[in-house]
Design a protein around this ligand. Structure first.
Ligand SMILES: [Zn+2]
Length: 121
């Protein structure tokens, strides 16, 4: 069984576990919400494991997936709302730049601000 992934219900980008860059590293942190209401939260490993949960996500399983950042932007913990789409690119085989999207919480903006504030020599 190879790498697989699902698309976030909010932004449509997949959970990423490989080829991460500073701009999209936040897409690794996800929350999966199952029909029975169980939530598993943490870093996705690309092969079905999220964080240190014993429950894994499977290919062709029904659950709702969000990036942790995207769920946070929605303002409250989300409920199961139908199956998330399996990611065509498996969260791995995508063109450079396809998922270059900054953290919606504005983390990268703050990093830029810190850079600007650093004294120049
Ligand atoms: Zn998202």
């Amino acid at each position: 069984m190879g790498l697989f992934s699902y698309n976030c219900k909010s932004c449509g980008h997949p959970a990423l576990a490989t080829n991460l860059k500073p701009i999209n590293r936040w897409m690794r942190n996800v929350v999966a919400i199952f029909e029975d209401g169980q939530r598993i939260v943490g870093e996705y490993d690309g092969y079905g494991t999220i964080g240190d949960s014993d429950r894994r996500i499977l290919m062709d399983e029904n659950f709702t997936l969000y990036h942790a950042a995207c769920e946070e932007m929605l303002g409250a913990p989300q409920k199961y709302s139908g199956p998330s789409e399996s990611a065509d690119d498996q969260g791995h085989f995508y063109e450079a730049g396809a998922h270059d999207m900054p953290d919606p919480r504005g983390k990268s903006k703050r990093r830029t601000a810190a850079k600007v504030a650093r004294p120049r020599l």
